[in-house]
Design a binder for this molecule. Sequence first.
Ligand code: KIV
Length: 271
Amino acid sequence: MSVHKEIKKITTHVLHAMKNRGEKISMLTAYDYSMAKILDSAGIDILLVGDSASNVIAGHETTLPITLDQMIYHAQSVVRAVDRALVVVDLPFGSYQSNSTKALDSTIRIMKESGAHAVKLEGGSENAESIQRILSAGIPVMGHLGLTPQSIYKFGTYTVRAKEEMEAEKLKKDALLLEELGCFGLVLEKIPSALGKEVSESLSIPTIGIGGGPYCDGQVLVTHDMLGITKDFHPRFLRRYLELFDEIKDAVERYITDVKNQDFPNEKEKY
Ligand code: KIV
């Protein structure tokens, strides 16, 4: 199926219609203007300003340290680049868990200061009141269930979630609740494919998988992973489309050699 570039702007309604007609939704992360410009011009449907910026941009081991101010800075850079994609911004750890007022205040800052179109937050029933308040303010919300990286210290490992009956049942209940509350979509991270299928078929809102299997209504990857900018990360769900770490390194090595050998700049490259 080709990319529907004739769709001028992706909205939550467009995503809903895509699910209804069986068109898969494409989503990637973006944190800066230049990359967002490339991804948007390629026709990506959703750009996620993910708190994975904490890992791939800032070099932290987890997503926990990134701040609301830093997320807003990344979101502003992405929004400036985008003509078509829906821009969703992660509420970072600590910006929404304590109470619904804080969750709404953090969301309003993101929307006002960045111009983004929606927010995403991790978890299910524990966020019900916050999600209701954010939605009441007219702001679209995306859920995120399964492996929720902000809870890594509770899980203790990044392995597949909801393999056991009890956790799978809670995930299914949470998914239905998120739809009932009014979320426009749901990320399903690192869960068994059969569960991804069951949840996707039980909901009218689109599910977006990252290690959630092929039956999700769309797929998301961290851009730095799919382009091979990150090097030593090989989860089963990841497909690498380039090996940019090696390609960039090679280009930089050639540049260094040219500078050292006084081969750059040459006659044509000077004023
Ligand atoms: O922060 C992020 O990049 C995410 C994706 C993994 C879905 O939440």
